[in-house]
Design a protein around this ligand. Structure first.
Ligand SMILES: [Zn+2]
Length: 175
């Protein structure tokens, strides 16, 4: 079956959309995914609140789907992935350090993941060694892209020079 936008039927270019976003604990399972054309995808992700609610209603009306949150198993997998990414750059955490780190972050999945990327982002901001700084900022972007978090509140590709600090401050995963 040809992939097409569930809202308008456009089929020349379609994108996978998470109904519940990763940053809100949306899962990768099929029940949480729909195809959207680039325009409807943009509205779903970056439109104003009214438009985003309208999109959710359309998706629900047409597909019956209203999204699924990630389960415990998926959380574990994401944790492992995040840990691996951090360790690749920052060096290995011992199991004890890792447990302490999770304690610090109160075992909350989102704050822990955000803590990992925050650590990288903050480290990158204050690191004076430019190579290390670049490495840390790269790591933060890698966590975002590999874990599917879309933390920048604007479409990719429109990032301006000097946006970095603004993005950093707005990047909290918590509502
Ligand atoms: Zn469309």
């Amino acid at each position: 079956m040809k992939k097409k936008c569930v809202v308008c039927g456009f089929d020349k270019r379609v994108e996978n959309h998470h109904i519940i976003k990763h940053k809100n604990l949306g899962s990768d399972v099929e029940e949480n995914l729909v195809y959207l054309c680039p325009n409807h995808h943009w509205i779903a992700d970056f439109g104003n609140e009214e438009d985003r609610i309208w999109m959710l209603e359309q998706i629900k009306k047409i597909t019956g789907k209203d999204g699924v949150e990630i389960d415990e198993h998926e959380k574990k997998t994401l944790f492992k992935k995040a840990r691996r990414l951090v360790e690749e750059t920052l060096g290995r955490y011992s199991d004890e350090e890792w447990e302490n780190f999770k304690m610090e972050e109160s075992f909350n999945f989102i704050t822990t993941i955000n803590g990992l990327r925050g650590r990288a982002g903050w480290g990158g901001r204050w690191e004076t060694d430019m190579n290390k700084r670049a490495e840390l900022l790269l790591l933060r972007d890698k966590i975002d892209s590999e874990l599917g978090f879309n933390l920048k509140d604007k479409p990719q590709g429109t990032k301006q020079q000097g946006d970095e600090l603004q993005i950093e401050e707005k990047s909290s995963l918590l509502p």
